[in-house]
Design a protein around this ligand. Structure first.
Ligand code: COS
Length: 380
């Protein structure tokens, strides 16, 4: 067993750290306030290869491994979780979904553009009444021979407004349950495909979240991913990898808040000494560091499982469950260590605390992760 990173991994991590410090940090508070993320930053992330990290270079990707992916995700998330969720969705849901399960024609047409950042993708599973209960899809895709007709609504879609390519899950045959669900590739601008207003959110406010509406959208059969009825398994398999990305995001949010708290505690004085010298603060730092390191081990293990070709359904669920808990608890502690300053935007920790909450909700709530883990344990 070797816990050290390779030289290449260190270079990749440092490049992401440098990008986050020089490009993402300036303006992060303003972007959070304005709920905006500029196209220029998306383009730069594309140029650095951050939008197709694990995609084969023959489809325009960077050809890196999952360890590299989580290192990049952690560094971006320390500074700007709105940027990192865009990276996570594009990489582990959209690009991975197409590369693993799309056919050659679909890869040439869509993946090559998504992997370079020429266009951005969105993954559309959640509905007003089907978030955790993902088999209860109300969006319908009626088979009309050479095409399908889609009707329904999707909620809380990351990259919802700015994406050009949408992977949409819909019910074709209700009587077949999870085996009657299909996954489709939709393009922005298809007649009947409408993008609703942007959501006003607690956290990751720079990220672009929308409701989507499908009214008799005609989708060619060639845009179905996999065989008829593969859509639910497609969603589950893809989300397993997505959860590694969100676990790494949660880890980065926690680590970012911890680093700020450590620095602040060495500068701020109270009762005649730096506050890190008070045991009340020192013990908080010890707990934060220990649990963040434990989260990092789980995230790395899940990424390693993916790289090894092992099943990672359980390890990704464990990583997301634990890292998101650590992110929520320790961003609260980071605000506490900052005292009054923690409550104002200038010190960044209040934003990280708001950003942490979503990691316990999206791509499967913490309760769903416990279902996945416990079912895995019982099945053996
Ligand atoms: N890989 C492959 N197949 C899978 C799978 C996986 N990871 N998970 C489930 N399946 C298969 C099952 O094997 C089953 O197939 P069979 O009918 O052939 O046995 C089928 O899919 C249905 O699975 P299951 O019966 O477990 O479905 P449930 O309705 O009980 O739901 C959970 C299972 C809760 C785990 C699933 O609905 C889920 O993950 N929900 C959360 C979805 C989510 O993350 N939402 C957030 C939106 S994305 S931001």
């Amino acid at each position: 067993m070797d816990f050290s990173l390779t030289e290449e991994h260190i270079m990749i991590r440092d490049a992401a750290r440098d990008f986050a410090q020089t490009e993402l940090l300036p303006g992060v508070i303003e972007r959070d306030n304005a709920q905006k993320f500029p196209e220029s930053l998306v383009r730069k992330m594309g140029e650095l290869g951050f939008l197709g990290i694990m995609v084969d270079p023959k489809y325009g990707g960077s050809g890196m491994d999952a360890i590299s992916y989580v290192l990049i995700m952690e560094e971006l998330s320390k500074i700007d979780a709105s940027a990192s969720v865009m990276v996570s969705v594009n990489n582990s849901l959209v690009c991975y979904g197409l590369e693993a399960y799309g056919n050659e024609e679909q890869k040439q047409k869509y993946l090559t553009k998504l992997a370079t950042g020429e266009c951005i993708g969105a993954f559309c599973l959640s509905e007003p009444e089907a978030g955790s209960d993902a088999t209860s899809q109300k969006t319908t895709a009626i088979d009309k021979g050479d095409h399908y007709i889609l009707n329904g609504t999707k909620n809380w879609i990351t990259n919802g407004g700015r994406a050009e390519v949408y992977l949409v899950i819909a019910q074709t045959d209700k009587h077949k349950g999870s085996h009657g669900i299909n996954a489709f590739i939709l393009e922005k601008g298809m007649p009947g495909f409408d993008i609703g207003p942007k959501e006003d959110k607690l956290g990751i406010r720079g990220s672009d979240t929308h409701t989507l509406q499908f009214n008799d959208v005609k989708v060619p059969k060639s845009n179905r991913i996999g065989e008829d009825g593969f859509g639910f398994r497609f969603a589950m398999k893809t989300l397993s990898g997505g959860r590694i990305g969100i676990a790494a995001q949660a880890l980065g949010i926690a680590a970012g808040a911890y680093e700020l708290a450590l620095k602040y505690s060495k500068e701020r004085k109270a009762f005649g000494t730096e506050i890190c010298n008070h045991q009340a603060i020192a013990f908080k730092l010890a707990d934060m560091h220990t649990e963040i390191e434990a989260a990092r081990m789980l995230v790395m293990k899940a990424a390693w499982d993916k790289d090894q070709g092992n099943n990672y359904d359980m390890s990704s669920a464990m990583a997301k469950l634990y890292a998101s808990k650590v992110a929520m608890e320790h961003t609260v502690e980071a605000v506490q260590i900052h005292g009054g300053n923690g409550f104002v935007k200038e010190y960044h920790v209040e934003r990280l605390m708001r950003d942490a909450k979503i990691t316990q909700i999206y791509e499967g709530t913490s309760e769903i992760q416990k279902i996945v883990i416990s079912r895995g344990l019982i099945k053996g």
